[in-house]
Every structure is written in C-alpha cells, then in structure tokens.
Design a protein around this ligand. Structure first.
Ligand SMILES: Cc1cc2nc3c(=O)[nH]c(=O)nc-3n(C[C@H](O)[C@H](O)[C@H](O)COP(=O)(O)OP(=O)(O)OC[C@H]3O[C@@H](n4cnc5c(N)ncnc54)[C@H](O)[C@@H]3O)c2cc1C
Length: 480
C-alpha cells in the first residue's frame, strides 16, 4: 500500500490554503494525497447549469429542530470558493476576546495581532480589493487591490460616519489580474460568469497540478484511522469500494459539518465535538431615499458599516455589520426608481451547545444537523435594529426604513463544531488547529471558531490554515 507524507481531505479554503503553505516547505519528493468527495465542474458548466455542483448539498445531511433553518455549502472541487460571494472582512481585534471584554462567549486562543500577518498573506493570495484610506481593523500593509467604487448612498454614509463606513473588502477583482477579469457588478456572484472572484479553480489550481500532489476526485473520506494515539491513514470510498490510504499527517478540511462527522465516525469523541453549531443571523432592510439615486458602484456589495459593531452593548446583544448592496431593488414610482438602498444587517450569534452535528442510527452515512434555536443574544441584536438603524440613517435624506422579518434562513456559513482552545477538556483542537489528542491530525475550517463574529469567515479560515501549516514546519520558531 502506498504511504503519503500528507493526506488532505477536501479542496475548499481550509484545505487549499493549508496545502499552499505546506508545499512551500515540502521536500521535492514529498507525496501528498488529496481526497475530494465531489467532482470538478468548471465555470462554463456552472453557469450553464445554474448550480455549483452536480451533488445536491441538501441530500448530504439530515435536519432536526427549526424547520425553516437552512444550511448552504458546495460539495465539489474548490468547495465554497465556487458559490461564495467573495466578501472578505477581517474579524475585529475585540472579536477574539469577547469573554474578557464583555463577559460573554469565549476568548479565542489566539489574538488579532497573532493572525494579522496571515490575514495579510491570505489577502495577497486572493488579491483582495479594499479601502486605501483607512480600515476598521489595524493593517500592516495596504490592500493588494484598490477599493471598489462607492454608490452615492455610500458616499453620503462615508461623509456622515468617516470612521464607521468603508468600502467592503472583497475578492471580487477591482482590477483584472492574470487569472481574473475585473468585476462587472452583475450581482450573481455565486455563479460569477467572468471569473472575477477568487476561486480555488482560478488562483490555486496549480497546487493540484504539482507533481507531488495526487488529487482523487469522487473520493469521500469516511474516517481517520488511529493507532496508539496517532493518525495512520484515511478510509475513503471511491467507485463504490472502500480503500485506506496511509499517511504521516492528516488534514481534515471537509467543512464544519463533515469534519465533526468524520471525527465521530473515527471514534475520536469529545464532549464538544459537533456541538456549538451556529452562524450569524441577518435581516434585510430597505431604505427609501429622498432624492438620492443608487447603483453607481462597481461591484455587488460596496459598503461596510461598523457603527453598530463594537461597544459595551456586546455584553447584552450581538455586534452588527451592515452591508450596502448595489443590486438593483427598484421603486415602482416614476422618476424615483433608483432611490432605494438594500442594507443587510448581520448580527453575531453566541454558540449554544444544544445545537449540534450528530450521528444518526437510521442513516449512518449522513450527519444530522440538530438546530433548536438561535441565541437570545443574536435575537436581541436583531431587535435592537428597530431603533438603531433608523437612528443612524437620520443623517441621510431618507423617507422611511423597512426592516424585513423574519430573519434570513441562513448566512451560508457553518461555524463552531470542532472548537479550538488551550484547554483539551474544553476544546477539540488547539490554536494551531492540531487535534488535542491526535497530534498528527489537523482540522481546518470554521468549525474551529469559538465565537461567530459578524465578519464572513473564509478569510479567517484561510489565514488560520496558512498559520497552522507554517507552525508545523517551524515548531520552535513561532513568531505569531
Ligand atoms: C452562497 C454562499 C455564499 C458565501 N459567501 C461567502 C462570502 O462572501 N464570504 C465568506 O467568507 N464566506 C462565504 N461563504 C461561506 C464559505 O463558502 C465557507 O466559509 C467556506 O467555503 C468554508 O471553507 P472550508 O474550507 O471549511 O469548507 P468548504 O469550502 O466547504 O470545503 C470543504 C471541501 O471538502 C469536501 N468534502 C466534504 N466532505 C468530504 C468528504 N467526506 N471527503 C472528501 N471531501 C469532502 C467538499 O467537497 C469541499 O471541497 C458563502 C457560502 C455560500 C454557500
């Protein structure tokens, strides 16, 4: 049986950024196996079919609890980089210390400053476009690409809140690169027809063509084999048959639903494994403008508002990040059809242990997503918008604000099911994403997140994976 130096499960953000850094350090004769459950569907196929994969993701899991709760992801080469909207804010420094500062949730085992160089590197790999005149979080260098063009409502918000309103950082290209076109602002980013957004297929496909790497598509990882507390290989299914690949190091990057499922199937139980399943909660608001036309921006989401994000309120209810959408929502009034703005208000949730990924005795090949409710903390944050949103919009020529209810069924993020921490009794993996008990097993992805800040997770997933891979190669020389 062939043995590998590294076996990687999945080809999404966590796996691909880990592999990127690993290959920079690996020997020229290193042997790496990548197991990807899905196939590889290119942009033309996706646009023609109006879907990201030939595997229906809703058929890969079961649901219990809240009937209207949805979960979204892509099974296929590149994972969520196919369907993502490419919004790439960093988390804020205080998001890493919610417990110390506000007495709620948990602190992360690493700080913003420790992650900052890795945010920077991930942003360079994805050629992120972002503000060139200040950001809400500290940065060591400028964004690789200039910001997207604001709309007129964004300009008014920036004038009213110079330290609160910013161009949204995004992997939707502002300027064409060798592999990507400039964004055309058509607002169908989940099926970007011109390859303007970063995907694994357009910017990191070279990893999978490396001579050291063997990529097996349609290979579903089932379990990690362990002996004497060390991982020895991965059992996977391909063409209807089960196989075992042997490896010295295993990286699980199957997303925050399938990572805990695979760990459970491997007998690597932990009281928190699969628990704390959560994501942010959002509502849309329509702002009826008075004499201000909209939709001049150069991408689908142009602005980011931090006015309701950090502060003492976080001891009672969640931070809110506001997105301004440059996707036409027309008014049915002559001469005023562009005088409207869609704002999406994204509120952090606090993970609840009763919400979880679990095994099913009836359907052993599918995880059950048992989700009872969002936290009161998140819902109080949503309720606070009734007063707060009209108040902050008073500085603009606004006729009225309509906050839609109920909340959106999903943010398309999955967080918190293999939580990281320093204490092995209270976390599944450590701050370097290494499994506490099986030290040659790395678990990448947003399952690691101890809390779910409003920021979209994929930039943080990528930065954490780069850092984890670097630390594996420089265990004595950790600078961050
Ligand atoms: C419509 C939509 C829009 C989004 N927009 C944004 C956004 O703007 N910004 C943002 O930050 N995030 C966004 N996200 C979320 C983002 O896609 C996820 O955060 C991200 O993809 C998670 O990365 P990951 O590497 O953990 O998992 P994934 O990217 O999901 O990758 C998991 C990989 O593992 C494979 N896999 C699964 N099970 C197995 C198995 N058993 N064996 C082998 N392979 C397996 C999958 O096929 C996939 O390749 C969006 C998601 C959706 C659905």
């Amino acid at each position: 049986m062939t043995s590998f130096d590294l076996i990687v499960v999945g080809t999404g953000f966590g796996s691909s950024f880990y592999l990127h850094k690993y290959l920079q350090h690996a020997r020229s004769d290193a042997r790496i196996l990548v197991l990807e459950r899905g196939g590889s569907q290119d942009t033309n196929w996706q646009v023609a079919e109006r879907r990201n994969s030939d595997i229906d993701h809703t058929a890969t899991f079961l649901k219990q609890g809240m009937p209207d709760k949805a979960w979204r992801f892509t099974i296929g080469f590149g994972g969520g980089s196919n369907c993502w909207w490419a919004c790439t804010p960093r988390m804020m420094p205080n998001d890493f210390r919610l417990k110390s500062l506000y007495g709620v949730g948990r602190d992360w085992p690493i700080s913003y400053d420790q992650l900052e160089p890795w945010y920077q590197e991930a942003e360079e790999i994805m050629a992120i476009s972002g503000s060139d005149t200040g950001t809400p979080f500290p940065r060591s260098k400028a964004y690789p690409q200039p910001p997207h063009r604001f709309t007129d409502p964004d300009r008014l918000l920036k004038a009213a809140y110079p330290d609160g309103w910013f161009p949204q950082p995004t992997a939707r290209a502002r300027v064409a690169t060798e592999s990507r076109a400039a964004c055309c602002a058509n607002a169908v980013c989940n099926l970007c027809p011109i390859s303007a957004k970063f995907t694994v297929a357009n910017d990191l496909a070279g990893l999978y063509r490396d001579d050291r790497v063997t990529l097996l598509l349609r290979a579903e990882a089932l379990a990690v084999e362990t002996t004497g507390g060390m991982a020895t290989g991965v059992v996977y299914r391909r063409d209807g048959a089960e196989h075992t690949a042997r490896g010295d190091l295993i990286v699980l990057g199957a997303n925050a639903i399938f990572n805990p499922f695979i760990l459970m199937k491997s007998g690597l139980d932990h009281p928190l494994l699969g628990r704390r399943l959560h994501e942010q909660t959002s509502v849309d608001a329509l702002v009826y403008l008075d004499g201000v036309d909209n939709f001049q921006g150069s991408t689908s989401i142009t602005g980011h508002g931090y006015m309701l994000y950090d502060g003492p309120h976080r001891s009672r209810y969640g931070a809110c990040l506001i997105e301004s959408w440059n996707r036409p929502e027309f008014r049915n009034e002559p001469g005023r059809w562009r005088q409207i703005q869609l704002l999406k208000c994204i509120v952090e949730d606090l993970p609840l242990e009763r919400n979880r990924v679990a095994l099913s005795t009836e359907h052993p090949d599918k995880p059950v997503l048992h989700f009872e409710s969002r936290s009161d903390y998140a819902m109080r944050g949503i309720a606070a918008l009734d007063e707060a949103l009209p108040r902050i919009l008073e500085k603009l020529p606004v006729e009225r604000v309509e906050i839609k209810r109920p909340v959106n069924v999903t943010e398309a993020h999955v967080l918190g099911t293999t939580v990281m921490g320093d204490d092995p009794s209270d976390s599944v993996i450590d701050g370097d994403l290494v499994h506490h008990r099986v030290r040659n097993l790395i678990v990448v992805g947003s399952g690691a997140f101890p809390t779910g800040a409003p920021a979209n997770p994929s930039l943080t997933i990528s930065a954490l994976a780069l850092r984890a891979a670097e630390h594996l190669h420089r265990p004595g020389g950790r600078s961050s």
